[in-house]
Design a protein around this ligand. Sequence first.
Ligand code: GTP
Length: 455
Amino acid sequence: MSLRTKLMLALLLTGLASVAMVGGLASYGLGKKVDIIRRQSAAEHFYSAVSDYLHPYGSWQAANQAEPFDHYMRRIRPAPDDRLPPPDEGIAGREHLPAAPPGVEHARRGPPPDAIRDRRGPPPPRSDGDTPYHFILADQDFTVLLGAGVYRPGEPLPEAARRDARAVEVNGKVAAYISPEGVLTPSREEQQYLDAMYDALWAGVSGAALLALALGVLFSRGLSRQLRHLIAAVRAIQQGTLRQNVPVEGRDEVALLARAFNEMSAELAQSHEALQASHRTISSQAEQLRELSVRDALTGLHNRRFFDEQAASLYRHAVRYQRPFSMVIADIDFFKRINDQLTHATGDAVLRAVGEIFRTHMRESDLVARYGGEEFVMAFPETSLAQAAVLCDKLRELIAGHPWQQVHPQLAVTISIGVAADLQAGSAEAMLQQADAQLYRAKQDGRNRVCSLAA
Ligand SMILES: Nc1nc2c(ncn2[C@@H]2O[C@H](COP(=O)(O)OP(=O)(O)OP(=O)(O)O)[C@@H](O)[C@H]2O)c(=O)[nH]1
């Protein structure tokens, strides 16, 4: 279940529970209050009717002799009611008299005299088992005068009923007691009022539930939108886009989370960029170091270590595919004399110039390195011994013909070169030794020459 659904359900259930509680309490309170008002009103009317009945005569006996109480009640209260037993003929026609308030009718009418009651029988029992609402009338000695079908006239009013009894005084003396009895049934009109109020109450409850649902939808939409932004941003970070900026809405906890997430994302991206920059620096420094480690500082040519590695690889390739491959070793003639007679700096200049001549007159695929001192080595892939010898002779001529006087007026430079191209040598190193032997021969033969070993 999504967070949004959970939130909506929580809001809906909370809203329903609150409105049901409020509605139930209000409904119960309303019913209770209406019941109290009706009881008070009924009691007041009955009391005033009895008081008016007794007042001219001073006692029940005298009043009853003058006019039986039920006649009196029918005279002052003629309107038939759906809750009343059928009126007798003598009372039925008096509908011009004002009706008593709702809830009083049965009580005010009181129980019929015994003779009448005998004809009618006792009041019909309520379906719920409660006694209908009546007023019991007793004389000043608590002897029942009208028992409302609950007590017999002439019997003493029980103690329990006396507690709620209200005295009716005439000329300062208690002439009778009135005691309420039974359950007050609302009239049809009252019931309609109550039903209308309950309907309004439940309409309010339903409205509140709908409002809770609508607010739930609204709030959960906002919340889930922000969470969706955060989820998308986290996924983007997982895929490598570290700098994320989710919208911050409001100032609640989710907004705080979004703000903290943005800050964290910015810091993460920043530190990642810094890390990448330092990686770039390190790798470029490593590249420089690697380059320095394979280069000769004076001439800029590759050094011996690099040459040995590459030459071994070129040799293996040539042997594997039976391709022509030549190796060369060259040595500047009388270099010690140049150093000694024309300074060491002149010697360095010569080394740089010779290296430059080699570099600029060879193919990209050729390999040249300063092997140490005034010695240079070369490897020529796809080059036969004869081709290498021709190339080396050209290099020798270039060096001999170089304008050395520009370096020093007394300077003249030549080189001797040995060439080998025997793939049977067994290794690049062995082939280089063969070339070195040819170099030795070139030196022996008078220098400034190229000697090669026929395959
Ligand atoms: N200026 C300079 N001289 C160097 C360098 N490396 C080696 N040398 C010098 O090169 C000279 C080589 O001399 P030798 O090995 O006797 O050879 P050579 O004088 O060229 O005689 P041959 O090879 O027989 O013609 C030595 O004097 C070394 O000191 C360098 O980097 N710069």
